[in-house]
Design a protein around this ligand. Structure first.
Ligand code: CP
Length: 310
């Protein structure tokens, strides 16, 4: 396979396994590029990309911008809080105004699930979903799987548990789709109130006991509680949540084997993960962030090549 089967990256749900492998092989090349003394290639000199963020972001926003600049694309950044959205301008009007400046691709983070899908149906540009509400965060799942592949050699056959607030997590859903496509075994672990009903229908298992889940897995992906999306209380207190579902060094040291610890960030140290775990040699959290640039370069490069041949 030499090109993606999709014109937009709206979610892992719309990808084939071959798409993921093509993105990984392309990211392998770009990872080598960004470790050279000259970290830039001229591949996208004729492409203009708008990063439009309607929600806060550190890792995703910076790594998309860096990825675009490493590929020599022209880049414009838009932050909703400093824009005419505050004066009532709609999403489609906003994006069409940006596109009239001859923009080829839009990378968007938005609080509404499906915002990227909606946009792709109404504007003429390649759309990359950089996180849409509690729906999907496809590039996060790609960089997560890529980091597992880098650490353990392969994703197929690995036991991966996703721990925490699964109900409100776009990272969880995209990871489940990505891991299942690649043949990993997946469990989710957390309080019942933070696990979506019927989640087993995605071909995964539920384990509410953290120690059992950790003893089963090769990789634990720790998620934070999405406080910004909680409309009611889903557990009695943060302290009680941490006692039941937080990972600390004593827990890690008591397991039957050494597992890999991941976290998409931002971390709430002392809640879902203690500092001695986050900063331990078992943690690949900063490798995930590093891999985010190569993965996003790969996604943008592959989508841009479809624009050119359109
Ligand atoms: N993992 C992630 O999406 O982090 P940001 O919200 O900082 O982009």
């Amino acid at each position: 396979m030499s090109e993606l089967s999709v014109r937009h990256l709206l979610g892992i749900k719309y990808l084939k396994e071959e798409d993921i492998q093509l993105i990984f092989e392309t990211a392998d090349h770009f990872k080598e590029v960004i470790n050279r003394s000259i970290k830039k290639v001229p591949s996208l000199r004729d492409i203009t990309i708008a990063n439009i963020f309607f929600e806060s972001s550190t890792r995703t926003k910076l790594s998309f911008e860096l990825a675009e600049k490493r590929l020599s694309a022209d880049v414009i950044n838009f932050s909703a809080s400093q824009s005419s959205v505050r004066k009532g301008e709609t999403l489609i009007d906003t994006v069409n105004n940006i596109l009239s400046m001859k923009v080829d691709m839009v990378v968007m983070r938005h609080p509404s699930p499906g915002a990227g899908i909606f946009l792709s149906q109404h504007v003429d540009a390649a759309i990359v979903n950089a996180g849409d509400g509690a729906h999907e965060h496809p590039t996060q799942a790609l960089l997560d799987s890529y980091s597992i592949r880098e650490k353990l050699g392969d994703v197929a056959g690995k036991n991966v548990v996703i721990v925490g607030d699964i109900l409100h997590s776009r990272v969880a859903l995209s990871n489940i789709f990505a891991l299942k496509l690649q043949g990993a075994n997946v469990k989710v672990c957390g309080p019942r109130t933070l696990l979506p009903k019927h989640i087993e229908s995605l071909g995964i298992e539920v384990e509410t006991n953290l120690i059992k889940a950790l003893n089963w897995c090769d990789v634990a992906n720790m998620l934070r509680i999405q406080n910004e999306r909680l409309d009611i209380s889903y557990f009695p207190t943060t302290r009680e949540y941490t006692q039941q579902y937080g990972v600390n060094k004593a827990i890690l040291d008591g397991l039957d084997k050494e597992i890999v610890i991941m976290h998409p960030g931002p971390i709430n140290r002392g809640v879902e993960i203690t500092s001695d775990v986050a900063d331990s040699k078992q943690s690949i959290i900063l490798n995930q962030v590093e891999n985010g640039v190569a993965i996003r370069m790969a996604v943008i490069y592959l989508l841009a090549s479809k624009i050119k041949t359109r």
